[in-house]
Design a protein. Structure first.
Length: 492
């Protein structure tokens, strides 16, 4: 019994152990199946997500391509920013003295990068686009900042961050602020950087950059504000020119409606520009060394500190014109006669083609003539009731105009006060008397007789007919009693 009982226990134990093994094996199988099901479920979910993501990306990509295609349809050509820019024409006297600058809306002188001092070039680069020579037309980091601002609803969306983009904005696209215009700007910037060298882009940028009022380009800006050529500017003056383009209407130190406020804002911007030059000093000097091979640094901390403390004197803006009646007469002749390869010039050509117009006028003669006209009116005007006078001086051998004074004072006030121009005024300053075809009277006699004497046509005792004449419908009259039939030159 005992043995049997023990045997039975063994069998129970043996039987229980088998069930336990089978149960553990089944549990492991179920666990593996559950893990497989989880993996399959995760994989299935991932597959669905991946497919959905791929489809969404495909749709988004197709939409973007479609949008870019639409945007690109009316995209300006990469050549547009480099088209011919309106350039101011200049009128000179016979000795090369400038009489007048003729322009339409933009007063601009041409800029040639090889004539721009390196410090001027790098001041603008440091102020506007320090990595200009390193990027390919766009600055992705700046673009990301702009995108974040747009998503935040910021109305002050950043403009073109690179010099290439700014050139496009100033010459090829409108100032409209939206995503479509920005994409056009980016696409065009990438295309331009493929077609043009960095120096070509920079040269055109420095040509079109606004310097306040109707002043464009750094060459004209230098003359307008400081009366200097670019190579005569100090670092402080250079930093001013590099500051104004950020907001020309507010920062122009002489053309702003509130000069004191403008100069305070300009000072703040100038210090920023100098800080940027200092921040990029190593880059600037390294580039200058590569260009010139000179170990002498282009800019130093001492130069920058000196520029921060330099007190600037701005040239006061004024309407610069010499011999005003004459220069407008010269413009009239250009539009009436065949000075343009046998044809007259259009006014738009004179204002935008950058012509250099040399005349026969002599400013030394002109100053003497202007002085004599004013003295004559001041001396005899009250006695004879004369408010005006004029003078034209010619070279009798060539007919060249040496001096041309059209009135007592081109910039004077009409007389009498309150008179109506063209009706009741006895003196209208801007009316050129020589151009009104009035008779010069006996004023011409000494000139004509002098020329006749010099050419041997008459002698001192020659007799000149003193009789009425008629030239077409014109019949000259005399103020005295009548004609005397004949008279010697000395008695005329």
């Amino acid at each position: 019994m005992y043995q049997t009982r023990i045997s039975l226990k063994k069998r129970r134990i043996s039987s229980g152990s088998g069930r336990s093994v089978r149960s553990g094996r089944a549990l492991r199988v179920r666990r593996r199946m559950r893990r497989r099901e989880v993996r399959n479920s995760v994989f299935a979910g991932f597959s669905v997500t991946a497919v959905a993501g791929f489809c969404m990306s495909l749709v988004a990509g197709l939409f973007l391509l479609s949008f870019l295609q639409v945007v690109s349809q009316d995209l300006p050509t990469p050549e547009k920013p480099f088209g011919k820019k309106a350039t101011t024409s200049e009128i000179y006297d016979r000795n090369g003295n400038i009489l007048y600058r003729v322009f339409d809306d933009e007063d601009r002188d041409p800029v040639r990068l090889n004539e721009v001092p390196p410090l001027v070039k790098w001041a603008f680069i440091a102020a506007e686009d320090a990595t200009f020579y390193e990027h390919h037309g766009i600055d992705p980091a700046a673009m990301a900042r702009c995108a974040l601002r747009m998503l935040d609803g910021d109305d002050n969306i950043c403009g073109g961050s690179t010099i290439t983009q700014q050139l496009i904005k100033k010459t090829a696209l409108t100032d409209e602020v939206n995503m479509e215009r920005k994409l056009k700007e980016i696409i065009l910037a990438l295309k331009i950087e493929q077609d043009r060298s960095k120096d070509e882009i920079l040269e055109m940028y420095l040509t079109v950059v606004p310097e306040g009022s109707n002043i464009y380009g750094i060459t004209r800006g230098s003359q307008f504000y400081f009366g200097k050529d670019l190579d005569e500017l100090s670092l402080a003056e250079i930093s001013i020119l590099a500051s104004i383009p950020q907001n020309p209407s507010r920062l122009s130190p002489t053309k702003s409606l509130v000069p004191e406020k403008a100069q305070a804002l300009l000072r703040e911007r100038q210090l920023y520009v100098l800080d940027q030059i200092e921040k990029n000093m190593d880059r600037i000097n390294s580039a200058a060394y590569q260009d010139t091979g000179s170990d002498k640094p282009l800019v130093t901390a001492e130069m920058i500190e000196e520029a921060r403390g330099e007190k600037l004197v701005f040239k006061q803006p004024r309407f610069e014109i010499n011999a005003p009646h004459f220069v407008f007469y010269a413009q009239q002749l250009l539009q009436e006669r065949g000075y343009n390869n046998g044809k007259p010039f259009d006014l738009s050509e004179i204002e935008t083609e950058g012509l250099r117009i040399y005349t026969t006028l002599d400013m030394e003669h002109q100053r003497v003539a202007e002085d004599q006209v004013r003295k004559a009116v001041d001396r005899y005007g009250t006695r004879y009731g004369a408010d005006n006078a004029a003078m034209v001086s010619l070279d009798p051998d060539t007919g060249e105009v040496l001096a041309y004074v059209g009135s007592y004072n081109y910039f004077g006030e009409a007389k009498p006060a309150g008179c109506r121009l063209g009706q009741t005024c006895t003196f209208e300053p801007q009316v050129s008397v020589p151009g009104t075809l009035q008779s010069y009277g006996s004023t011409l006699k000494p000139i004509i007789y002098y020329k006749a004497f010099m050419d041997g046509l008459i002698e001192a005792d020659s007799v000149i007919p003193d009789v009425p004449i008629q030239i077409g419908s014109y019949k000259p009259k005399i103020t005295r009693a009548g004609f005397t039939d004949s008279k010697a030159p000395a008695g005329c």
